[in-house]
Design a protein around this ligand. Structure first.
Ligand code: S5P
Length: 259
């Protein structure tokens, strides 16, 4: 198995390269899913948890007092703590529409989000539309190949197709949202949501697994954790525990597979 740093050599995409290198540098494969609804709580999470993570994931359209200042401050924090910003927009429309949604509107996502993601339901046109906008700024796209929720229809042939499309557009597609490693290509990064350590209860259809299972057994690269951290009694302490668990699982896998 290759380290994140070695895998950086397999991609020309600047965002993917940066991510691989910063993960090894910061010893973290943790992405915080900051699903909070006020500017203040979003920025506070970015500042407190920033040192522990490789990616800060937003749902910018749930922030009730959104303004451009939020973006400026978020970018400053991403530089201060060295993490990437991932807007979890889950684009799902035809190519022409998504170009507007990605670069325009109120949010101008392409202007600040290093990474975003898309469903493949509309076919390759969605990737081509996003790529037209995103490649100019060396952004990265993740395709939703599988989902964590109960009854998800992204399975079987749909998942296989997502992986094939990822390969086809691999200058812009940097990996997948999935529940496991799906591609043997070392340039492809797998990120997995539905991660919680002590509680595997289902809430509104969300299904949870542990960092050890996702990274250690399923071969994913990045754990995405939301409520497990920001709803914890002490979010920083929780983030440190997830960071440690994710990193140990990765280090063990590296060691075992090298021998
Ligand atoms: O399959 C998916 C894909 C995503 S991106 N399942 C998910 O839960 N997500 C996102 O990950 C979801 O939108 C939320 O922002 C996060 C999981 O949050 P948690 O609080 O359940 O850890």
């Amino acid at each position: 198995m290759l380290s994140y740093t070695k895998r950086a050599q397999y991609t020309e995409n600047k965002t993917a390269k940066k991510l691989f290198l910063l993960m090894d540098e910061k010893h973290t494969n943790l992405c915080l899913s900051a699903d909070v609804t006020s500017k203040q709580s979003l920025l506070q999470l970015a500042d407190t948890i920033g040192p522990e993570i490789c990616i800060f994931k937003t749902h910018i359209d749930i922030v009730e007092d959104f303004d451009q200042e939020l973006i400026v401050q978020l970018q400053q924090l991403s530089e201060k703590h060295n993490f990437l910003i991932f807007e979890d927009r889950k684009f799902a429309d035809i190519g022409n529409t998504v170009t507007h949604q990605y670069q325009g509107g109120i949010y101008h996502i392409a202007g600040w989000a290093d990474i975003t993601n898309a469903h493949i339901l509309p076919g390759p046109g969605i990737i081509e539309g996003l790529r037209e906008v995103g490649m100019k700024q060396q952004r990265g796209l993740l395709l939703l190949a599988e989902m964590s929720s109960a009854g998800s229809m992204a399975t079987g042939a749909y998942t296989t197709k997502a992986v094939a499309l990822g390969e086809e557009y691999n200058d812009f597609v940097i990996g997948f949202i999935s529940q496991q490693k799906l591609s043997e290509n070392p340039r492809m990064i797998h990120m997995t949501p539905g991660v919680k350590m002590n509680n595997t209860d289902e809430t509104l259809g969300q299904r949870y697994n542990t960092p050890q299972y996702i990274i250690g057994e399923k071969g994913s690269d990045v754990i995405i954790v939301g409520r497990g951290i920001y709803e914890a009694h002490d979010p920083l302490e929780a983030a440190q525990a997830y960071k440690k668990a994710g990193w140990e699982a990765y280090s063990n896998r590296l060691r075992v597979i090298k021998i």
